[in-house]
Design a protein around this ligand. Structure first.
Ligand code: UFG
Length: 332
């Protein structure tokens, strides 16, 4: 199949492109490199031996998005492109709604215009909001507490309504938990510009000396060691989840939300210690105040992914830490 991947140079997008190419799909990438770099395309080529076709454009650029559909016979779309920093979304809500919501509408309009009716969407466990209790199941009511989260809730709604309007449309709304780790080659991984918001990229920066000390946001949560518990999954497992979603999408009835996680939770302190063991590097940390909006515990119920997609994670926390370390150690 020919698959259009928006945000294909990003962290999850690039790993997914590799799995698609390995599976003999023809990959076309749209990316404006807002939070990624053009050399990721070279690295995808180095790993797979195939260079994906690239359109270095924004999804807001309707004229050029139209051209992508006119110039290629696309079978399905995997839609990663979007802004993802929670704090920034609180400061710049209009930018988030414009980029994420309007970008998706342009994409869906062009898909409709060109009769492309299959989409895999990059959603997030953030849509479970703060009222539900883990393990999260896909039938729970969705909600959000910041503009970034609302864009995910709204895009899920928009795609669902498009599917409801035409029974030929099929969509997988993939709700990611906490992807970490990197490709085994050490060539691609998560390396955000500036000071990272997420735990693993921050640990990586401390490991290579770019940050002095990790701040642990709170140790007074009602959890066994008092720190936050999250469902970390290896980014390669996550990428394979997208392939499984594409393979199963024809049997879907409209838009189907599916959790992609391991179903197990790991604490901040446990992750730090696992990373120290995998890397042999000490990670100095200090306990600070809780971060606003953080949950104590977040993990997936994985039954739906197992039955519907026949997908299950294979990599352990040790594998994730080894590969995160290998990547950052290769790219410091
Ligand atoms: N944490 C720290 N120090 C840091 C960064 C994080 O102690 O410097 C802690 C957090 O408090 C939390 C855990 O590490 O307990 C994980 O935090 P992340 O920021 O890595 O991940 P979150 O679970 O907060 O957020 C992720 C995604 C969001 C998504 C959310 C819910 O990054 O996009 O999951 O699905 F909204």
């Amino acid at each position: 199949m020919t698959i259009l991947v928006t945000g294909g140079a990003g962290y999850i997008g690039s790993h997914t492109c590799i799995e698609l190419i390995k599976d003999k799909h023809n990959v076309i990438i749209i990316d404006n490199f807002y939070n990624s770099s053009p050399d990721v395309i070279d690295k995808i080529e180095k790993i797979t031996g195939t260079r994906p076709k690239l359109y270095p454009i924004s999804l807001l650029d309707k004229k050029n998005v139209k051209k992508v559909f006119e110039e290629n016979k696309i079978d399905a779309v995997i839609h990663f492109a979007g802004l993802k920093a929670v704090g920034e979304s609180v400061e710049k809500p209009l930018m988030y709604y414009r980029e994420n919501i309007y970008g998706t509408i342009v994409l869906l309009e062009e898909m409709k215009e060109h009769e492309v009716k299959k989409i895999v969407f990059s959603s997030s466990a953030t849509v479970y909001g703060i009222e539900n209790n883990p393990p999260y199941t896909e039938d729970m009511k969705t909600d959000a507490i910041n503009p970034y989260g609302y864009t995910k809730v709204m895009i899920e709604r928009i795609i669902t309504d498009v599917c409801n309007s035409d029974s030929q449309w099929k969509a997988a709304l993939l709700r990611y938990f906490n992807p970490i780790g990197a490709h085994e080659s050490g060539l691609i991984g998560d390396n955000p510009n500036g000071i990272p918001n997420n735990l693993m990229p921050y640990i990586q920066k401390v490991a290579v000396g770019e940050q002095k000390m990790l701040k642990v946001f709170g140790n007074d949560y009602p959890t066994p060691d008092g720190t936050g518990y999250r469902d970390y999954l290896h980014v390669v497992d996550l990428a394979i989840g997208h392939i499984k979603a594409l393979e199963s999408i024809d049997k879907f009835d409209g838009a189907v939300p599916i959790n992609l996680g391991t179903g197990k939770a790991t604490s901040v302190l446990e992750l730090i210690h696992a990373f120290e063991k995998a890397s042999g590097v000490k990670i100095p940390y200090e306990i600070v105040e809780r971060r606003t909006g953080d949950l104590a515990v977040c993990y997936a119920d994985t039954k739906k992914a197992e039955t519907l997609l026949e997908w299950k994670t294979k990599f352990s926390i040790e594998d994730m830490c080894r590969d995160s370390w290998n990547f950052i150690n290769n790219n410091k």
